[in-house]
Design a binder for this molecule. Structure first.
Ligand code: AMP
Length: 597
């Protein structure tokens, strides 16, 4: 079942899925992949979502809801009414509601209208019903905001499989999960209405947000407004304020300013023409990149302290960063790229389409979850378990099959026999319980200081890097001496048929294997018990009653007989009986040890 990846943005929203192994974003009937996150409520008829909704804004601004993401999971008291153009109220639990006519809508319900539109877009494009989704949220979203996002998904008929942090999604889209096992990255995300800076650490495939900062009222819209003021100032002879003008004039100017800003990403000059802006008055002004950069500069400067604070909170300096990713539509602007380059003192990464990056990352995450990004997932997991042979010829799994790589795991081992001075570590791959039924990838002899049984402490660590190279490190923790064995492509270099055959065999032999493992484990216990009982009898046996002594000897004989017979149930019972019979002996041994101490 395909899983949708959704970027539910403050200004724009996108949806995509994995199709034929490729993450793709889906376009609506008008051919648009990005739709404005706007909902219009016409005085008659159903709500309208997207570009058509924005077009209604010039007619009835109070009936067009934008930036509803800012209200998600918020209480009325947390919202500055000056920042929204529509009337608000609160529900009984103080959570914010948006009033349209006589109905109070929750932000979740409004977001659900956007999500439903995206779901329909995807269903039309793919020709099937799609009910599962991954949705992205800003890294700083708290639990209430994340829950509200999930709730919005449910209201739209979507089962939300995962909520993903936007910077993490961006890093996924940039492919950073594949190329680097360890990296520190900054994601500079300047959208239409919000700015976020996130500092992430990727460590062996795990994404960790170290710090975030931002401004929920800073973005491309501010630049549009500043440019609109400039256009108005150059036009209005009486220098009256643009904000004092009719809403329709303001909106026309904002729209013209945004168009000019976008045009100036491609060209160095642009002519703004607004015939009949006012009665009998036409506006025609030439703007260039310098003018736009001057308008943008104060807003870009506001991002500087936020970035530096995030870096500081992450405990990093500029030099520690491996990569700076630019995300969000506004980072297309040459002025923004230049600013980020100067701020981070490095070449910034602009290899991804900035307004599609987050959505693409969500799609990739969905593809990984649904298993439809098979190639990627196959490369990213160990197809078979990896382990070493332990006492009695058993397979001791260290990294189970299907573990996502890169990965690392380890265990501590000791010597089975006294005076042993080295241990043979046989590296095995496979699903069978007994070492001999699995494949041997290599072996290393680990030297250590000879001593009594159980005195050595050998840590064995398996590490598979992102290329599937397995490195086995054995460390004598007493001397810190390491022995290393490197095995190329252990994780991925197994033909599919062989993996399938191994798994099929392990299923076929599951019962035999299991009873053999259990017998071996019981035998290991007997091997430990019998010599220990002999030793204890020699030390403190004289203090036992002859009845107790006979009982112990009989129990020990039964263990030996059970070992001979190869019967698991009999051996388990005999071990338990010997344990029981030696209670008194163990107490005597303990008492003697205490007296000696
Ligand atoms: P987002 O919130 O990430 O969708 O970004 C939306 C913002 O990006 C809006 O302010 C747009 O005006 C701006 N934007 C989109 N395309 C461009 C472009 N080509 N050049 C400059 N700004 C753009």
């Amino acid at each position: 079942m395909a899983i949708l990846g959704i970027d539910l943005g403050t200004t724009n929203s996108l949806v995509g899925t994995v199709d034929a192994g490729f993450p793709i974003l889906l376009a609506n009937a008008e051919g648009q992949r990005s739709i404005p996150s706007a909902i219009a409520f016409p005085s008659d008829g159903e709500p309208i979502v997207g570009r058509a909704a924005l077009r209604q804004r010039a007619l009835a601004p109070e009936r067009v809801i934008t930036s509803v993401k800012r209200l998600m999971g918020k209480r009325l008291a947390e919202v500055d009414p000056a920042t929204v153009a529509y009337p608000l109220t609160s529900a009984h639990d103080d959570s914010v509601r948006i009033v349209i006519d006589d109905r109070a809508w929750s932000p979740e319900e409004l977001s659900a209208l956007i999500l439903r539109t995206l779901k329909e877009t995807a269903e039309n494009a793919m020709g099937s019903t799609l009910e599962q989704a991954v949705i992205t949220v800003p890294a700083y979203f708290n639990d209430a905001q994340r829950q509200a996002t999930k709730q919005a998904g449910m209201l739209a008929g979507l089962s939300v499989q995962r909520i993903v942090n936007e910077p993490t999604a961006a890093a996924l889209a940039f492919g950073l999960h594949q190329s680097k096992s360890r990296a520190k990255i900054a994601v500079y995300d300047l959208g239409g209405g919000t700015f976020d800076i996130s500092i992430l650490e990727i460590n062996d495939g795990l994404f960790h947000v170290l710090a975030t900062n931002g401004d929920t009222h800073l973005g491309g819209d501010d630049i549009d407004r500043a440019l609109a003021e400039h256009l108005w100032a150059s036009h209005a002879a009486d220098r009256s304020e643009l904000s004092q003008q009719q809403p329709d004039i303001q909106i026309k100017l904002y729209e013209a300013a945004e168009q000019a800003k976008i045009a100036l990403t491609e060209t160095s000059t642009h002519t703004v023409r607004l015939p009949f802006l006012q009665e009998g008055v036409h506006l025609e002004t030439l703007v260039d990149r310098e003018v736009l950069a001057t308008c943008a500069q104060p807003f870009l400067e506001r991002t500087r302290p936020l970035c530096l604070r995030a870096l500081h909170d992450a405990g990093l300096s500029l030099d520690d960063l491996d990569e700076v990713l630019l995300v969000g539509g506004s980072t297309r602007m040459p002025a923004v790229r230049a600013f980020a380059t100067e701020l981070f003192e490095r070449e910034v990464n602009t290899t991804q389409n900035p307004d599609e990056t987050v959505a693409k990352g969500a799609v990739i995450q969905g593809g990984i979850l649904s298993g439809s990004l098979q190639d990627m997932v196959l490369l990213d997991i160990t197809p078979l378990s990896l382990g070493i042979e332990s006492f009695g010829g058993l397979m001791n799994v260290i990294i189970p099959r299907n573990t996502t790589i890169p990965t690392k795991a380890g265990e501590m081992f000791t010597n089975a026999v006294a005076d042993q001075s080295s241990m043979l570590v046989r590296v095995l791959q496979g699903e069978r319980e007994m070492a001999r039924d699995n494949w041997e990838l290599g072996q290393i002899s680990v030297p250590f200081e000879a001593g009594p049984k159980g005195s050595a402490r050998i840590g064995v660590q398996f590490k598979i890097d992102e290329n599937g190279i397995l490195e086995v490190l054995a460390r004598d923790t007493k001397t810190n001496q390491d022995t290393v064995l490197e095995i190329q492509h252990a994780a991925v270099d197994v033909a599919d048929q062989r993996v399938e055959a191994m798994i099929a065999e392990s299923v076929d032999h599951a019962f035999d294997d299991m009873s053999e493992r259990q017998f071996t484990e019981a035998k290991l216990k007997s091997d430990e018990l019998l010599p220990a009982v002999d030793q204890a009898l020699a030390l403190v046996g004289d203090h036992l009653t002859s009845e107790d002594r006979q009982a112990i000897e009989a129990a020990a004989e039964e263990v030996k007989g059970a070992l001979q017979s190869g019967e698991l149930a009999r051996l388990k019972k005999a071990n338990a009986a010997l344990d029981e019979a030696t209670q008194e002996l163990a107490a005597l041994l303990m008492q003697q040890a205490l007296e000696q101490a």
